[in-house]
Design a protein around this ligand. Structure first.
Ligand code: AP5
Ligand code: MG
Length: 214
């Protein structure tokens, strides 16, 4: 089961990914998370990616494609994978198709989560992420039981560096201009399903399970 999650910033890709990988037992590959881990560790890759991420711009294709395809060669991807935030440009999608075709494989499903722009900003500004385990919350939609503390591991909750109003505005514009063309790309390939992402976490997940099957 080779899956891709598409959707604008704040659509709920990471939130649904956590549920999908648990049910289907496939690895979650988020290019955004890979870059954030590298920033935390102070690697060269992290330093290069941060320049773009802080502005809400896309990290250059050449860099992203190498990181993503390299990750897909790992053993845990043999029975499928869930890509979150990759591909994000038509060139990235073509590179992925070529890479998969090279091992007799293909993209099976693309799940496009749709949420109106007005709601994206509210969601992202209200997002809190656990520093330790990465669990995601939302003030006021899905708050933690204790203010500032992760329900799962007791870690400290924080805001992402790129979750500022100005950066989010640019991330949404970049999505419209550079990532939306992917919707037609995958429509032509006949693999895309469009989902209403405003119906609540469990409802959205229910629709996804309906599409992917048990
Ligand atoms: P990335 O980390 O992928 O960020 P993004 O695409 O902007 O998406 P987000 O992670 O912000 O949103 P999400 O859809 O995961 O929403 P979430 O589930 O958290 O990328 C960051 C940056 O890295 C990019 O800007 C770029 O610079 C770089 N990058 C990464 N990949 C790249 C690539 N391929 N090419 C080039 N550059 C790349 O939910 C959001 C909030 O809403 C949370 O608070 C959550 O609790 C809440 N929520 C979730 N679902 C619901 C619901 N159903 N109802 C109400 N609230 C909900
Ligand atoms: Mg995410």
């Amino acid at each position: 089961m080779n899956l891709i999650l598409l959707g604008p910033p704040g659509a709920g890709k990471g939130t649904q990914a956590a549920k999908i990988i648990e049910k289907y037992d496939i690895p979650h590959i988020s290019t955004g998370d890979i870059f954030r881990d590298n920033i935390k560790e102070g690697t060269d890759l992290g330093k290069r990616a941060k320049e773009y991420m802080d502005k809400g711009e896309l990290v250059p294709d050449s860099l992203v494609i190498e990181i993503a395809t390299d990750r897909l060669t790992k053993d845990d991807c043999k029975n499928g994978f869930l890509l979150d935030g990759f591909p994000r440009t038509v060139d990235q999608a073509k590179a992925l198709d070529e890479f998969l075709a090279g091992r007799g494989d293909k993209v099976d499903h693309v799940l496009d989560i749709e949420v109106p722009k007005e709601e994206l900003m509210t969601r992202i500004l209200g997002r809190r992420v656990c520093r330790k385990c990465g669990a995601t919350y939302n003030i006021p939609n899905m708050p933690p039981k204790v203010d500032g503390i992760c329900d799962v591991c007791g870690g400290e909750l924080m805001q992402r560096a790129d979750d500022t109003r100005e950066t989010v505005e640019n991330r949404i514009e970049v999505y419209d201009s550079q990532t939306k063309p992917l919707l037609d790309y995958y429509k032509e390939a006949g693999v895309i399903s469009r989902l209403d992402g405003t119906t609540g976490l469990e409802n959205v997940f229910g629709v996804i399970v309906g599409i992917l099957g048990d």
